[in-house]
Design a protein around this ligand. Structure first.
Ligand SMILES: [Zn+2]
Length: 182
């Protein structure tokens, strides 16, 4: 039975440390993955990294689908990513108002490469190579940053690119759809 874990918030050192590679995918890792998925869904996120649940390990979950916090997120399915590498990134970048479960109530307008080529190990110990675009590419990069002690606030270009989640959600549910994904 999976349980929902406590989420580390900005200021906790675990979010600022490089995470350790996972050597063996044992039952503990499988259980942690299940608990992270439960935690993520309960919190209304689209991704969560192990350091965000106080585990300094190179693992994260991507679980993209529309929810209250990300009404325009695409359906992608759930993926457990272990020991990831970003092999290449597109020169083209785009911007999106990102949020983070460890920085509640805040959004930042973050530039990131649109497309990335990645390699990681899955829960079945298989090496997976993928090309990710747009929203899923962005989630991957955001979670990958967590494994290196980086949060999205480190990537914004100006303090003016910060807004509260309340005002962000107001802006996308009014007629002003300029921040809509795409
Ligand atoms: Zn985050």
């Amino acid at each position: 039975m999976n349980e929902s874990l406590e989420i580390a918030e900005l200021g906790n050192p675990v979010l600022r440390e490089p995470a350790k590679p996972i050597k063996v995918i044992d039952n503990k890792i499988v259980e942690l993955s299940g608990n992270m998925i439960t935690t993520l869904r309960k919190a209304g996120g689209v991704g969560i990294a192990a350091p965000q649940v106080y585990e300094s390990l190179q693992m994260f979950i991507i679980d993209s689908k529309p929810n209250e916090r990300y009404p325009d997120a695409p359906e992608y399915g759930t993926m457990t990513v272990i020991n990831p590498k970003i092999i290449s990134s597109s020169e083209e970048t785009n911007y999106f108002w990102e949020g983070c479960l460890s920085i509640p109530g805040i959004r930042g307008f973050v530039p990131r490469p649109t497309e990335i080529e990645v390699e990681f190990t899955d829960l079945n110990n298989k090496v997976v190579k993928l090309i990710l675009k747009d929203f899923t590419s962005r989630i991957f990069q955001h979670e990958f940053d967590h494994l290196n002690g980086i949060v999205f606030l480190d990537r914004i270009e100006s303090n003016k690119d910060i807004m509260t989640e309340k005002e962000y959600l107001r802006s996308i549910t009014s007629n002003n759809r300029q921040h809509k994904w795409e």
